[in-house]
Write a protein that binds this ligand. Structure first.
Ligand code: DQA
Length: 145
């Protein structure tokens, strides 16, 4: 059975109360439940992990090599800063889709650059929580092909 790991980075544990005008009112736990349910409909096992720590996210990417067929990552602000996380994704050869709730290209200039985009299959941004479900669909189709 296809197995996908969804990684959420710094400050995403505060979803629901964090700048709801930008990120919406849905909590991380609700996002994760929706992703797991969506995966079930497709026959895909979805597991989820959130960390505020760059090293923990890197460790999770490394571990996914043995346990998961694909990764979905919303790295939060590490998207724009972390060469180390980009290198981790490049090092494991686990197909990865990048997700952002907000449209990072329509926001401040510093959010326009994504290190992850250089090593991801593709990027989905600007569709809120729906973006995670779209990423599951895209990754699942990619893994089937
Ligand atoms: C984000 C966008 C990032 O720029 C920001 O730092 C986040 C959330 C998003 O989901 O829209 O923490 O990744």
């Amino acid at each position: 059975m296809t197995s996908i790991l969804i990684l959420n980075g710094p400050n995403l544990n505060l979803l629901g109360t964090r700048q709801p005008e930008v990120y919406g009112h849905t909590t991380l736990s609700e996002v994760e439940k929706a992703c797991i349910a969506h995966g079930k409909q497709l026959g895909v096992t979805v597991s989820c992990l959130q960390s505020n720590h760059e090293g923990a996210l890197i460790d999770a990417v490394h571990a996914a090599r043995e346990t998961h067929n694909g990764l979905i990552i919303n790295a939060g602000a590490y998207t724009h800063t972390s060469v180390a996380l980009m290198d981790a994704v490049a090092s494991v050869a686990v197909p990865t889709v990048e997700v952002h709730l907000s449209n990072i290209h329509a926001r401040e200039d510093f959010r326009h650059r994504s290190y992850l985009a250089k090593v991801a299959l593709g990027q989905i941004c600007g569709f809120g929580v729906q973006g995670y479900l779209l990423a599951i669909d895209a990754l699942n189709k990619h893994l089937e092909s």
